[in-house]
Design a protein around this ligand. Structure first.
Ligand SMILES: CC(C)(COP(=O)(O)OP(=O)(O)OC[C@H]1O[C@@H](n2cnc3c(N)ncnc32)[C@H](O)[C@@H]1OP(=O)(O)O)[C@@H](O)C(=O)NCCC(=O)NCCS
Length: 180
């Protein structure tokens, strides 16, 4: 592991470096990846680098690189944004951008690991997320780790020639503790 911030079983988190921009950039141009993400514009290297720099400076966001313990390969990013310490909440986001690394359990492990960090270190009270209805895999993973469906924004997003619902999910600290 190199510069680990949190270490899991098969993955670890480390800070995102400016030099990672070249690895991240193709993910956020890949329609197979962005079909379930907010990102949709073409991203050049300069924009990707600028986005990373903005995120680093933003004190209400923590974005981390997901790397494999086996070979240190960068496979995705995970983070908490809109961290609100007064109300004790934040929004979770994840992208296992390396498609060959999807469906191998890494996303599940990363989600659990960042929730540990959110509750045990940041002392948050709840974490929420938004998932698009065209992402049954994401929905499955989030339910598996304990997120609960809290609401539906009907036909909120347009992709692949149609509107899709956006599902709002959340997990409370007490629910997280009960599962441990
Ligand atoms: C969504 C995402 C984070 C999941 O991470 P992952 O590493 O691919 O997923 P995992 O391997 O940990 O888990 C996948 C689970 O979904 C299940 N699954 C896979 N495809 C599915 C489908 N079409 N419908 C329902 N479940 C599905 C798998 O069987 C597995 O469940 P199991 O562990 O109970 O067997 C990842 O695929 C990703 O980043 N996708 C692109 C960007 C994205 O959608 N980000 C999230 C936006 S909210």
């Amino acid at each position: 592991v190199k510069n680990p911030f949190r270490i899991g079983k098969r993955i670890y988190f480390r800070p995102v470096e400016r030099e990672d921009a070249g690895v991240l950039q193709p993910w956020f141009n890949d329609p197979e990846v962005t079909r379930t993400l907010r990102a949709w514009r073409p991203y050049n290297l300069a924009q990707e680098t600028e986005t990373l720099e903005k995120l680093t400076k933003d004190e209400s966001s923590i974005v981390l690189a997901i790397a494999l313990r086996a070979d240190d390969r960068l496979i995705g990013t995970v983070g908490l944004t809109h961290i609100d310490h007064r109300n004790g909440n934040a929004e979770f986001g994840i992208a296992v951008g390396d498609r060959k690394s999807q469906n191998k359990g890494y996303g599940t492990e990363a989600t659990r690991l960042i929730l540990d960090f959110a509750f045990a270190t940041l002392n948050l009270h709840r974490v929420r997320l938004c998932v698009y209805a065209n992402n049954p895999r994401g929905l499955h993973v989030y339910e598996k780790v304990g997120f609960v469906k809290e609401g539906v924004l009907r036909q909120e997003t347009y992709r692949e020639s149609r509107y899709w619902d956006v599902i709002v999910m959340g997990i409370l600290r007490s629910e997280w503790e009960r599962r441990k």
